[in-house]
Write a protein that binds this ligand. Structure first.
Ligand code: ADP
Ligand code: MG
Length: 281
C-alpha cells in the first residue's frame, strides 16, 4: 500500500533526523515564507565559555561559589556553564527568571545572576563600566548581585555553529526573504552572531513574549532551543526546536524537532514539505 504523500514525507524526514509531529505540520512547513532564529543554543552551539570576570566586591572564589550555587539548577545554556564555575553550596531557594537569569538563596544570601537589566535601581559606576566594556567586546554579559550589591560581571562567548551560514543562505534562496535573528541578548552580541551566520536583520533585548509577538500572525518558521523559547515556538507558523539539550518545554511547544541538531536540516525539511505538497495535489 502507498502512504499519503504528507505522511510519507514525515517518515522520510524522520529518517533524516527531523521529527515532524504531524502531516498537518508538514503541510504548514510547505507554506512558510520567512525564517527567524533564536541566538543562544540555536545559531550558537550552546556551550558558552567564560571569557573574562570582573570582581567588584569581595574575592573571585566567593563570586564563583555564589554563581555556581545559584545556577546549578538552571536549564539555560548560560546557566549550565555558570553552574560549573565553582564549588556549590546548599541552595535554599531557586527561581529561573525567563529571558533574564536566575534568583536563588545561597547560604543565607540572596543572589541574582543574569542580564544587566537585573541591576535596575542599583547605581554603581564600576559595574556600569564593566558591563559597557564587556558588551562592546560582543560578549554576553551576566551580572552578579548579592543582597542587592553588585559582586561582579561575567563575560561569555559562544561559537556560531559551523553549518549556520549555509542553512541561512539556503533558507534565504528558498523563501525569498532575509532570515531574522531574535534574541534576548544585547545588540552588540546579536550583531556579532548575525554577521557570522550571514544574517542581515537582528532584533535584540527581546523578552520571550516579545519574540512571540513578532511571530504571531505571520508565516514565519522559528528555530529555538530553550525554556525561554516556548512562547515563540507556539506563536510561529512552524516552531522548530533543537533536540538533545533543548528543554522539555521547548520540545512540547515545537511542531518540529531537530533530533540531529543540524541547522541545514531546516531548509531540507522545507524542500521535502514542498515536494510532498506538489505530489499530494
Ligand atoms: P537568547 O535569545 O540569546 O537565546 P535568552 O532569551 O534565553 O537568550 O536569554 C536572554 C539573556 O538573558 C541572555 O543573553 C542572558 O543575558 C540572560 N540569561 C538568561 N538566562 C540566564 C542564566 N541562567 N544565567 C545568566 N544569564 C541568563
Ligand atoms: Mg536560546
Amino acid at each position: 500500500a502507498t502512504m499519503p504523500p504528507l505522511l510519507a514525507a514525515v517518515a522520510l524526514a524522520g529518517r533524516n533526523g527531523v521529527l515532524v509531529k504531524s502531516g498537518l505540520m508538514m503541510e504548514r512547513l510547505a507554506e512558510v515564507d520567512a525564517a527567524a532564529f533564536d541566538k543562544t543554543g540555536t545559531l550558537t552551539n550552546g556551550e558558552p565559555e567564560v571569557d573574562r570576570i570582573a570582581v567588584l566586591d569581595g574575592d573571585e572564589a566567593r563570586l564563583r561559589n555564589l554563581v555556581a550555587s545559584a545556577e546549578v539548577r538552571s536549564e539555560h545554556p548560560i546557566g549550565r556553564v555558570l553552574g560549573r564555575i565553582g564549588p556549590v553550596s546548599p541552595v535554599e531557594s531557586f527561581a529561573a527568571v525567563p529571558g533574564r537569569g536566575v534568583r536563588a538563596r545561597v547560604d543565607g544570601v540572596d543572589v541574582a545572576v543574569g542580564h544587566p537589566v537585573l541591576l535596575e535601581g542599583i547605581d554603581h559606576a564600576a559595574t556600569r563600566q564593566a558591563v559597557a566594556e564587556f558588551e562592546a567586546a560582543g560578549l554576553t554579559v551576566a551580572v552578579v548581585i548579592a543582597d542587592g550589591r553588585p559582586l561582579g560581571v561575567i563575560g561569555l562567548t559562544d561559537a556560531v555553529r559551523p553549518e549556520a551560514a549555509l542553512a541561512v543562505s539556503d533558507l534565504r534562496a528558498q523563501l525569498g526573504s532575509a532570515p531574522l535573528l531574535l534574541t534576548g541578548d544585547h545588540g552588540s552580541a546579536a550583531r556579532r552572531v548575525a554577521r557570522a551566520a550571514g544574517i542581515e536583520r537582528a532584533e535584540a533585548a527581546l523578552l520571550p513574549g516579545d519574540k512571540a509577538d513578532r511571530l504571531a500572525g505571520t508565516r514565519t518558521l522559528y528555530v529555538g532551543d530553550g525554556v525561554n523559547d516556548a512562547p515563540a515556538l507556539a506563536a510561529s507558523h512552524v516552531g522548530v526546536a533543537m533536540g538533545g539539550t533543548g528543554s522539555d518545554l521547548a520540545l512540547q511547544a515545537a511542531d518540529v524537532v531537530l533530533v540531529g541538531r543540524r541547522l541545514t536540516a531546516v531548509p531540507a525539511a522545507v524542500d521535502l514539505a514542498r515536494r510532498a505538497r506538489r505530489v499530494a495535489r
